[in-house]
Design a protein around this ligand. Structure first.
Ligand code: GDG
Length: 480
């Protein structure tokens, strides 16, 4: 079997079980099961002009190759083009796009640096799997350097409609770079359709019925690969005796009869302010929930150098203070808002102990929390998942209580419905949801993507496949 080379913006610390990114959790699993190499940023910044060679580490069959980023690259590529242009844009939030000169140049520069640093580690028969919006042009950069391996790309976040993407600087260039990959994977049919429409409108493109799309005078394959979780492992974590004991202790202290839980990175795409408002509305409309229901929202810190994240944080702090001030009492805190990372096993147990999992993103590629919540339930007395129709996960998790995350009243009604749902109905829904996440788990996701990549017709990108020096075993760094 060919060696798997995963490339993502950030390489997770494989020794740290407290990972908060969905991507990190899924990829660690893919690499551990096949063996391979994971290449990307180590999370550190160094002064501009500093040159530090890549660091090579081996952990349980996985080699990680990481490099730091200069402060300028961090500002222009990471905070700038990736997180202040592409992230809001692809989540349909043109209003939050902040474009400054230097951002696009920085994005191109870092993709080119990544390619330079990666090429010496590649072997001719590697399968290369590039992840996410930070690295759209990496495939094209690798091709320029003579890489002829199969290269696939998976977009973890939504692909917005062409009408929105058209507002991005050099959007045609950006989409055209995807044609250097042999396979481009999306989370949902909606994303795939948006891409297909974009290449039709802007690239004079067309897609045949096996998913080969031709545009801009080039060709690639496109398909949907909805990401899953390691369902069995998460289920086991939720029922671990240590975790259960920790949460029993905790329940004694806060004593809610019913718990609603939300867990997210603190991101404006996750719909947190209206989620909090929906909880307040629940207490207003159905006062019987006062003193008996607590809403715990865990919002892990993320991307704190991006201005929009500071704004959303301030809004949530203000809102949670207002809700507790208005409804709280000596013996009851309605909202527990926790702005920090919580260990993964504690999350799993908390999910299992909650009557409602409240997942209301305004737009989300998939949303793994929704699937984790389902995995953590006890089938004899399961909680209810309340899920935004704009999460990619809603395409498959049809037995959840589906809500419009922009409609606060509707969400409040749905919370009430979930809190009062009869046992039989909860069990039926849980059974169906569990069957879906068992069948379509992270193992299936990896296998489907990698099988499709192995079979995809070779992409054609003008001038992309000329021979190069890379892949010569004599040039590989020691030990690889
Ligand atoms: C991107 C896409 C897509 C959260 N807080 C803590 C914590 N988490 C974990 C969750 C879950 C993961 O982080 C979040 O995954 P999501 O899928 O919900 O969201 P993103 O981070 O935005 O991920 C998304 C995903 O990529 C995969 O393709 O589904 O749409 O946006 O696993 O449990 N984990 C710990 N402490 C926390 O405080 N340990």
């Amino acid at each position: 079997m060919s060696r798997l080379v995963v490339v993502s913006n950030r390489v997770a610390d494989l020794t740290d079980p407290v990972q908060s990114g969905g991507l990190a959790v899924a990829l660690r699993d893919a690499l551990e099961s096949r063996g391979g190499l994971w290449f990307g940023w180590d999370g550190n910044t160094v002064p501009s002009g500093t040159r530090i060679p890549p660091k090579i580490t081996k952990i349980s069959g996985v080699t990680t190759v990481t490099l730091p980023m200069t402060q300028r690259d961090y500002r222009e590529y990471y905070v700038g083009f990736s997180n202040s242009v592409l992230w809001p844009m692809l989540h349909y939030r043109l209003d939050l796009v902040k474009f400054k000169s230097g951002y696009l140049k920085g994005y191109k520069r870092v993709n080119s640096k990544f390619a330079d640093a990666l090429v010496p580690f590649l072997k001719p028969d590697d399968i290369i799997w590039v992840h996410d919006f930070h690295l759209f042009p990496l495939g094209a950069e690798l091709r320029k350097r003579g890489c002829r391996q199969r290269i696939g790309f998976f977009l973890h976040i939504p692909f917005c409609p062409p009408e929105i993407l058209a507002a991005a600087p050099e959007n045609e260039w950006l989409v055209r770079t995807l044609f250097a990959y042999d396979l481009v994977g999306f989370q949902t049919i909606t994303d795939l359709e948006n891409f297909r429409r974009y290449v039709e409108v802007h690239g004079g493109g067309s897609t045949d019925d096996v998913g080969v799309t031709s545009a801009f005078g080039a060709r690639t394959s496109i398909a949907c690969f909805p990401i899953g979780i390691d369902t069995e492992a998460f289920q086991a974590m939720a029922s671990s005796p240590e975790g259960q004991a920790r949460v029993r202790q905790f329940r004694k202290r806060i004593l809610p009869r019913q718990l609603i839980i939300g867990v997210d990175r603190l991101d404006y795409t996750k719909g947190l302010p209206d989620r909090l408002r929906a909880f307040a509305r629940l207490l207003e409309l159905y006062p019987e929930n006062r003193k008996t229901v607590t809403f715990m929202q865990i919002a892990a810190p993320t991307r704190e150098d991006v201005v929009a994240y500071g704004d959303i944080r301030a809004e949530l702090e203000q809102l949670s203070g207002a809700i507790n001030g208005r409804f709280g009492d000596f013996d009851w805190t309605p909202l527990r808002y926790i702005h920090r990372h919580v260990p993964r096993d504690t999350l799993a147990v908390l999910f299992g102990q909650s009557q409602v999992g409240f997942v209301s993103p305004l737009r989300d590629g998939m949303n793994l929390v929704a699937k984790e919540y389902v995995a953590a339930q006890d089938s004899r007395n399961p909680g209810v998942l309340v899920l935004s129709k704009f999460a990619g996960a809603a395409e498959a998790l049809k037995e959840a209580v589906i809500v419009n995350p922009y409609d606060v009243d509707e969400m409040a009604e749905s919370l009430q419905k979930a809190l009062r749902m009869p046992l039989k109905q909860r069990q039926q829904r849980q059974k169906a949801l569990m069957a879906t996440i068992r069948k379509h788990d992270v193992h299936e996701w990896q296998q489907n993507f990698l099988n499709a990549l192995a079979k995809a017709p070779i992409a054609t990108e003008p001038g992309s496949h000329e021979t190069g020096r890379m892949g010569d075993p004599a040039l590989l760094p020691d030990g690889l």
